[in-house]
Design a protein around this ligand. Structure first.
Ligand SMILES: O=C(O)CCC(=O)C(=O)O
Length: 367
């Protein structure tokens, strides 16, 4: 296998170049082009609301985990909630997360202006044939594949040596400054949540710290314009995330994110004081299958645009991905295979998104 030189930016994959949906949505169209019509026979029925009463995604108050003494009742009860949410939902919202409101507001403002840049400016930051970082769409592998009703900007942010510095340096200056601060805050928060998860899993906490101390972080900014035929389109096809932990900042109050829970699509209601956190495939593997990455998707609507920023955090580059050794010892079985992390990512980005199918390849047993 080709070895990655630790000093150089890495190319995790490519995606076919596709037109901007934000530009398309500015046209006075009443029918969306066929390439955006999803003919999935389940799509219409999938869009039907889940039967009432719909459960809602758990909310974890991080103040109890980060501030309260670990022996206290409040701490143990919140840790238990975190464990149950990660096992049974794979998704939760966090409040009292400690990210400053002014940073969140400034970052939001800069992203809004970023997506409103004139097209000729955006084209300078568009994806290139051989690399999928920049504006565009991910996971487009064939000319006749259905496309999502969204534009995105994707970039690897950490560790610094993996960053495409030319792309990063070409971002508007204030966005770049806010982005730098946001990226550090997201790393700090992800590592803190993973530390609590290690305790909840009964995993060796040093093992978790070592796996994630210099983790790979990438950021995806999403723009879903209003859509004239929302019931025929998808903002983001169903997928689970390849990383360990995703932290999602919903920039406006336009709902759209849905997660698959017990066969139904449950809408995550945006809460202005919360960030959404989800378990990715890497954490499912490290937890030896105790925590589950969950399929999710984004639906669109005809009135409002939706904007969000997903920050993906994965283990250190150069590590082998597999179940935590302390958990394999505890469970007496390894439920997933071991592969080098860069090979795992390259495999993920080379495919069209298809639910959790990539994780099935990593499974050693059906459980
Ligand atoms: O916009 C959203 O709510 C979901 C985004 C998402 O799933 C992603 O960027 O991976």
């Amino acid at each position: 296998m080709e070895q990655h030189n630790e000093e150089e930016p890495i190319n995790f994959g490519r995606s076919l170049i596709v037109p901007s949906v934000q530009e398309l949505a500015k046209q006075p169209i009443t029918n969306i082009p066929p390439r955006y019509v999803h003919h999935d026979p389940h799509h219409a029925s999938d869009n039907a609301p889940a039967p009432a009463p719909t459960p809602s995604v758990p909310v974890i108050d991080l103040r109890y985990l980060f501030v309260e003494a670990s022996g206290s009742l409040a701490y143990s009860s919140e840790l238990n909630k975190l464990h149950t949410a990660s096992k049974e939902w794979g998704f939760f919202q966090v409040i009292n997360h400690g990210i400053s409101e002014s940073l969140l507001e400034d970052f939001k403002r800069e992203i809004l202006s970023f997506f409103n840049l004139p097209m000729e400016e955006k084209l300078k930051l568009w994806q290139e044939e051989d690399n999928h970082e920049g504006f565009g769409q991910l996971f487009v592998v064939s000319e006749d594949q259905k496309l999502d009703w969204s534009d995105m900007f994707y970039i690897t942010t950490l560790p610094h040596n993996l960053r495409k510095s030319q792309l990063f340096q070409n971002l508007p200056q204030v966005l770049r400054e806010k982005f730098e601060a946001y990226s550090m805050e997201m790393k700090r928060l992800a590592v803190a949540i993973l530390g609590q998860m290690a305790l909840a899993l009964g995993m060796d906490t040093h093992e978790m710290t070592e796996l994630f101390q210099d983790g790979v972080q990438s950021v995806r900014m999403n723009y879903y314009p209003p859509c004239p035929q929302p019931e025929m389109a998808l903002g983001f096809s169903s997928h689970s995330d390849a990383d360990a932990l995703t932290i999602l900042y919903q920039l406006n109050q336009a709902a759209g994110l849905q997660i698959r829970k017990d066969g139904n699509w449950v809408t995550v209601k945006p809460r202005p004081d919360a960030l959404v956190v989800n378990v990715g495939d890497i954490l499912e593997i490290i937890s030896n299958g105790v925590y589950k990455s969950i399929e999710h998707r984004v639906i669109v609507n005809s009135d409002d645009k939706r904007m969000s920023v997903a920050t993906f955090y994965s283990s250190n580059m150069g590590t082998e991905l597999g179940p935590a050794r302390s958990l394999v010892a505890k469970h007496n079985v390894a439920n997933y295979r071991r592969v080098p992390l860069d090979a795992y990512f390259k495999g993920f980005f080379a495919r069209k998104l298809d639910g959790k199918s990539y994780l099935d390849f990593m499974k050693l047993h059906q459980h």
